[in-house]
Design a protein around this ligand. Sequence first.
Ligand code: AMP
Length: 458
Amino acid sequence: MCGIFGVRGHDDAVGLTKLGLFSLQHRGQESAGIVAVENGAARGVRSMGLVSDMPLLQLEALRGTLAIGHTRYSTAGSSSIENAQPVLVSSRGGHIALAHNGNLTNAGELRADLEESGSIFASSMDSEVIVHRMARSNAPLPEEKLVDALRDVEGAYSLLISMADTLLAARDPRGWRPLVLGRLNGAPVFASETCALDIVGATFEREVEPGEIIAVDANGERSLFPFERRELKRCVFEHVYFARPDSRIFGGSVDRARRALGRQLARECPVPGADLVFSVPDSSNSAAIGFAEESGVPYELALIRNHYVGRTFIQPSQASRIAKVRLKFSAVREVLDGKRVVMVDDSIVRGTTTRALVSLVRGAGASEVHMRVSSAPVTGPCYYGIDTPSRDELIAATHNQEEIRDSLGVDSLGYLTLDGMLESVPSGPDGFCHACFSGDYPTAPPTDPNKLRFGCGC
Ligand code: AMP
């Protein structure tokens, strides 16, 4: 997964992009980058780590009224500076810089075709095929080159691209990943989530529509819908886990979605006689509050998260993942001692987090631990941009509910049903991709999923 941000026609385009990326840091912590364009000439800075780790001196040297930026989240295998974005190349039509959120499911085939006819790739990212295809197009306008480039592309993309003096924004016809358009002093501002518009003071205007390409240049803004309409497949996991609760995505508030998920969870899987409910901070805070509101069980802060420890999810070995969970969370004995508790998390993937937290919570004196999950069981990998491991690592793909309960060491376990989950999100239940929960994949899976994971853009 990744965060993207872009603006055209503002004197402080670079400063705004840096701020916007800070707000999108939760979408990717592996690398960050900004490309700025001044009079058609582009320069970029990319570095590993957080936005705050970007080299200040180089950032200060960036100038321009057009800028795009990217925060990247990928699998461990492809963590390298070559794969940081925005990708920046020069072509016969001028520079092309590209920031991508999503995964292309046929990137392997497209790349093989390009290599067959002589292309040389500088990274292992799926996103690079779009740049190559744009550079090859003979169409006169940047947006027409992008149409040529995207014509046979399958999968998920929200894109921000600069070519010469034009800023392009695009969203795939199924609308997998969010992308919004805001306005600041007349300048268009694009971002993965509205929280990045808020931080720069831009007003939300609308979503970039699924299948839409927007071109912004000195002549104004043009909107195109060049591709065949497809059934909407917005990623439900954005509401469950990924997006920030202060954002509005897919036409609805993430906070409201998570609270509704929590309320539905309390209706579907109540815990009679529980003393308190708490969240696994931060992504499940709103769902746990929803559970408390619906059930009347008091909401407590029982787990404290250390914000200075990095991601737990993608650690090379299971042992280091467990150690990192313990570094990241601590339990409040005064809240938990002698209590029958409900622990709410937004999802269980491998089960590592829950297992480590249950022993922590029991160690702090909880007498019963009832696990409640504000999504359905994750039973399949995502090929569209969320980093879920392969099927055999997913606890719900290989165990039944009683086996999972036993393996996690909880007194009871309750997941939301798929229907309950889809009915709780704004503008649900239709128009969402839920492949990782239901196995209902909207595209053919990639021919070699491992290659895709290794080479994925986000
Ligand atoms: P696991 O420990 O493997 O069961 O992962 C579940 C935990 O990771 C939950 O606390 C989720 O909030 C969080 N989570 C779920 N999906 C992801 C993801 N794609 N990247 C990072 N964290 C995730």
